[in-house]
Design a protein around this ligand. Structure first.
Ligand code: FAD
Ligand code: UDP
Length: 401
């Protein structure tokens, strides 16, 4: 790896020298695949291409670290935090869980979230406990809770939007308390303007199950995400260069194939205009108390509060520390692209970019930004593993012909 590192560092050096002198270097460093982005999409493909296909791979990321949005680090107080907001792993896919288990041990963790509504902290997803707490009821069975919600729900003939999903399940009052304000803040759009898939991520329950997710596998990487990425990328065939922009290396590296995991509109120089992505600002704080709030995440659906949620990491990581660190999330239109915005006109624009992508035989687009999909980490891993299988099958076919 040190030789590879030297070679990549030299390539950067040459690139910088040549861009000022205008001279062309004699030989470009040679890789089978150049991967842009060291998040889940890039790291899975790098690992598979290097370890399974025996390729020489260069991974570049413009950020100064690997892990993409899942990057975690110890802050100044020594508390393990997620720089880009809370990342909780959950999946129904044994394939994805087994694959990641090669690179990490796990800490059992089931995510629970409370919402600050009517001056109370109540469970979200809405469940029987939520209804009892808000309405002073003592519904004691699924059937009773179902009857209550059915009496409030407003039938919607064609469930298309994120408003339809919730109003048809729990009625307008609970929709307004839990979803309208939160969604308007998070997306800068009314739920009636967003695909139903967005709020459909959050179920409604008649039981007292207060877990945020139903998935079979729910766990956190025991030593954190960054350590897991470091293990994935620790292979003699993989060179990793962080703090490196794709455009700054592309002319100076010889690669047969490119895997691109950044925003697809940026790759094509915004030819058809910008694809909308929603951004966030994170305010990280450390408090001189052992516990800040009762669960890892508290949601603030009230539109008068500028942030959407507060995360306290020690609940996620199990770290024991006499201080605690939390993150506030403030949604914003400007900044790093974090969320593709699911609505029909954006999907139509993405399809135009996808047609350009399909016409590039030597470039593979994978991941949340490059395929413009509101994917969780496990879905990105699943997508990357499937992409690898297709690349491998194609290479095998070519080798036979
Ligand atoms: P990314 O992680 O975005 O990686 C892409 C990388 O490419 C970036 O590091 C970027 O710097 C780099 N890059 C882009 N363009 C260039 C370029 N031109 N040159 C060099 N480098 C470039 N998922 C869950 O499963 N559970 C959760 O609890 C969860 N919480 C989340 C909370 C927040 C606030 C956010 C934003 C996302 C959350 N996710 C969660 C989703 C999760 O972050 C993504 O599914 C996953 O990280 C996507 O991986 P990726 O590799 O596709 O993209
Ligand atoms: N949502 C909401 N109120 C909540 C929780 C979620 O309105 O208390 C809506 C909101 O539109 C949010 C979406 O449901 O963007 C999906 O929530 P999730 O917690 O899955 O969002 P993520 O963790 O991806 O930001």
């Amino acid at each position: 790896q040190s030789w590879d590192r030297t070679q990549a560092a030299m390539a950067n050096e040459i690139a910088r020298a040549c861009s000022t002198t205008g001279r062309i270097p004699r030989a470009k460093p040679k890789y089978d695949t150049l991967i842009v982005g060291a998040g889940f999409a890039g790291a899975v493909l790098a690992e598979r291409l290097a370890a399974d296909a025996g390729q020489r791979v260069l991974v570049v990321d413009r950020r100064p670290h690997v892990g993409g949005n899942a990057y975690d680090e110890h802050d100044a107080a020594g508390v393990l935090i997620h720089r880009y907001g809370p990342h909780i792993f959950h999946t129904n896919s044994a394939e994805v869980f087994d694959y990641l288990s090669r690179f990490t041990e796990w800490r059992n963790y089931e995510h629970r979230v409370l919402a600050d509504v009517d001056d109370k902290l109540v469970p979200i997803p809405i469940n029987r406990t939520t209804v009892n707490a808000l309405y002073g009821l003592s519904l004691d069975s699924d059937a009773a809770a179902e009857a209550f919600l059915a009496s409030r729900a407003e039938p919607v003939a064609d469930i298309r939007t994120s408003e339809d999903v919730v109003v048809s399940a729990v009625g307008r009052e609970l929709y307004e308390k839990f979803f309208r304000g939160y969604t308007r803040k998070q997306w800068g759009l009314d739920p009636s303007e967003l695909d139903r898939a967005v709020t459909a991520r959050v179920p409604t329950r008649t039981s007292t199950d207060d877990r945020y997710f139903n998935d079979r596998f729910q766990a956190m990487p025991a030593a954190g995400y960054t350590k897991m990425f470091e293990r994935m990328l620790d292979h003699p065939n993989i060179t990793v260069e962080t703090g490196v922009e794709y455009r700054d290396v592309i002319g100076w590296v010889d690669a047969d194939h490119i895997v691109f995991t950044g925003p697809i509109d940026e790759y094509f120089d915004f030819r058809f205009g910008k694809l909308p992505y929603r951004s966030l600002e994170f305010r990280h704080e450390t408090h001189d108390v052992a516990e800040f709030q009762p669960v890892a995440v508290v949601n603030y659906p009230n539109e008068a509060v500028p942030y959407t949620r507060i995360t306290e990491y020690k609940h996620l990581t199990g770290q024991v520390h006499d201080k605690t660190s939390v993150t506030y999330e403030f949604p914003s239109a400007e900044g790093d692209p974090y969320y593709p915005i699911p609505r029909p006109e954006n999907q139509a624009l993405f399809k135009r970019y996808e047609a350009l992508a399909d016409a590039q035989p030597n470039v593979t687009f994978v991941g949340r930004l490059a395929t413009y999909r509101y994917y969780n980490m496990d879905q990105v891993v699943g997508q990357a593993l499937a992409t690898y299988r297709r690349m491998r099958a194609k290479a095998d076919t070519l080798a036979l012909t």
